[in-house]
Ligand binder design. Structure first.
Ligand code: ATP
Ligand code: MG
Length: 294
């Protein structure tokens, strides 16, 4: 069974990324509201078909920490990727001035479990861990999206430029090629995302649009500078240690997912009931993008 564009009613635009837009859509045959991501690529039909084939493995396994995949198709040279609609949106628009430690613990736990699932069950590394790729719904569930399932898709996207906030680990910035990318690089990106969620701010200098000097300053701060850390006043020693271990500049010294799940920070909140539903609802109603408009 193949889904196609005729089966969808387009609702609103959810956001724009480097490669295209994400739209909220209604799938008429199944009565399911979905998010449809358009990925603009310049590829021939054989390569596009290969991408669809590679995405197919997502139909075989599911996790509550991974955004569900419903199907994909292409029109001309655009791939349309249909996934679970997450009605509170991505974390970048929800963290505000920074999330409290207990909420950070629940988000982190979901992220580590999602990343471990990808690695153990699908044998894939995420490659793009950052707040825009962590989605939340108003039930308070936290799930990962935009992971590198398709080798062909990874290759095709790699040719285009990087964004203005880099979550890349130091070894990736100087290493460059795909072979230097291991699961440890995702652990760095996890630590950097946590730091941003906790403080409400991306920690490195952010260049103005297309300003090469600024981008160079950011990348050299990541490679040459000391890694950033969470402030002592708002975060416990356990929490700060967790982030510090992820942000170790030597990839081989970063913890594994199994070790992270056993870390005192996650253990401390394991049996604590944090009201994520209330947090998600409240964060959603004071979203950054809405505040900017008014
Ligand atoms: P980049 O292009 O650098 O990866 P990005 O992750 O923001 O940045 P997209 O993946 O294209 O770009 O997503 C654009 C926006 O759409 C996201 O920031 C997110 O807010 C929203 N979005 C994406 N997927 C969903 C989804 N399944 N449900 C709800 N909102 C979504
Ligand atoms: Mg994304």
């Amino acid at each position: 069974y193949k889904i196609n564009m005729d089966e969808f009613e387009l609702l609103e635009e959810l956001g724009k990324g480097q490669y295209g837009t994400v739209q909220k859509v209604f799938h008429k045959p199944t009565n399911v509201t979905m998010a449809m991501k358009e990925i603009r690529l310049e590829l021939d039909e054989a390569k596009l078909n290969q991408i669809l084939m590679e995405l197919d493995i997502l139909h075989q396994s599911q996790s509550s920490y991974i955004v569900d995949f419903y199907g994909a198709f292409f029109i001309e040279t655009c791939v349309y990727y249909c996934m679970e609609y997450m009605d509170a949106g991505s974390l970048d628009k929800l963290y505000g001035e920074g999330v409290p430690e207990d909420v950070l613990a629940k988000i982190t736990s979901a992220m580590v479990k999602g990343l471990k699932f990808l690695k153990d069950s699908l044998k894939i590394i995420h490659r793009d861990v950052k707040p825009t790729n962590v989605l939340v719904n108003r039930e308070g569930e936290v799930k990962l999206c935009d992971f590198g399932v398709s080798g062909q898709l990874i290759q095709s996207l790699a040719k285009t430029n990087i964004g203005c906030q880099s979550y890349m680990a130091p070894e990736r910035i100087h290493g460059g090629d795909a072979s230097t990318y291991t699961v440890q690089s995702d652990v760095w990106s996890l630590g950097l995302s946590m730091l941003e969620l906790g403080t409400g701010k991306y920690p490195y200098p952010v260049p103005d649009k297309n300003e090469r000097v600024g981008l160079f300053a950011q990348l050299s701060a990541i490679v040459q500078g000391d890694p950033p850390c969470l402030p002592e006043d708002n975060f416990s020693a356990e929490c700060r240690d967790f982030v510090a271990q992820c942000l170790n500049k030597k990839p081989q010294n970063r913890p594994t997912y199994a070790q992270l799940l056993e870390h005192p920070f996650l253990k401390k909140y394991e049996d604590v009931d944090v009201d994520m539903k209330s947090w998600a609802e409240q964060a959603y109603s004071s979203r950054k993008d809405l505040l900017k408009q008014s």
